[in-house]
Design a protein around this ligand. Sequence first.
Ligand SMILES: Cc1ncc(COP(=O)(O)O)c(C=O)c1O
Length: 389
Amino acid sequence: MYNFDVVPNRKGTNSIKWDRVSQFGGDHLLPMWIADMDFAVAPAIVEALHKKADQAVFGYTFLSDDYYNAVIHWMKTRHNFDVAKEEIVYIPGVVPALDFAVQAFCQPGDDVLVEVPVYGPFYSMIKKNGCNIIETPLKNDNEYYTFDFEDLERKITDKTKIFMLCSPHNPSGRVWKREELEQLAAICEKHNLLVVSDEIHNDLIVEGEHIVFATLNEWTAAHTITCTAPTKTFNLASVLVSNIIIKDEELRKQFKDRMAAAHTSSASCFVEPILVAAYNEGAAWLDELMVYVKGNRDYLCDFIAKNIPEITVQPMEGTYLAWLNCEKLGMHGDELKAFIAQKCGLAMNNGSFFGEKWDGYCRMNLACTRETVKKGCELLLEGIKTLRK
Ligand SMILES: Cc1ncc(COP(=O)(O)O)c(C=O)c1O
């Protein structure tokens, strides 16, 4: 049994979430932004780090079979995803992987199709490489988001090379159902699009089942760049480790050639012990954690439904990030952000990070104690009450 009600004090630890909260307008704000957790990591990870530190030499290292076997075991046992060692490409982060994927598989001027709203760097990685972002807005039924397949297919042209998928979806919290992914796959196959599937939230499932896009059928296996990482799952964002799984040999070569040009393929000596401890010994911690996160989600949704009719939220199915529609407050972008900070005392990501049209939304990080969630809810309500007078 892990106690998620007690967390380390992160103030004064160079934590972006806690020590850079002043950018929202004050050090006193309750930080419920940026996607990392307030919880201590699984004890096995700390033990593995101590053991590594005791070696007292941190020279150049390589990733051994222990590393690859841990990834293979995790993908098989948690996701029923059969992966071979040579299909795993280590890279320090998923965002760099999105960047390299666009560089490797597109020419400047090509189109990349993306479901929106979506995690901000999707936009920037496409733009930075001279490609066009073609947006296919998700359908929104009272904050329950689904693909608009007609719109999606209509937007594909000869210039469209990649469909960039976020699964589970940040920020809506949707865990895409098999039927939805199959319909998407059929369209991508028909138009011969490569699918870059960012599955960094794959282990953070509150309800439903994460389906690895590459496991749908033979075509998706051969045409998907699957981006995975233990970082969101085990609260390891600063460790800089992700694994890109590319089954097709030619695609893998193209991707690795781009990486080689940027010299990004060597890992810190701390990466292997951390990943191995997380994947081999962290499953029980994760299972308990997700029960706790579900409790946080249920508390938030219940509180909003009962007390704040101005905000609409759907229970997220995956991730630990709640997507709050605040449009009824009549504020957007910086104005909404300032209201949330100044009147509510909260730091939350503004929806504009996920697409301009969503600047009337906020994203709340629920990977924190129940006490913090309760406090966040109260603060939100107090701030909103000032508008009711
Ligand atoms: C969908 C998605 N992809 C990627 C990342 C970041 O990945 P990394 O830190 O490995 O670059 C995040 C972080 O919040 C995310 O939500």
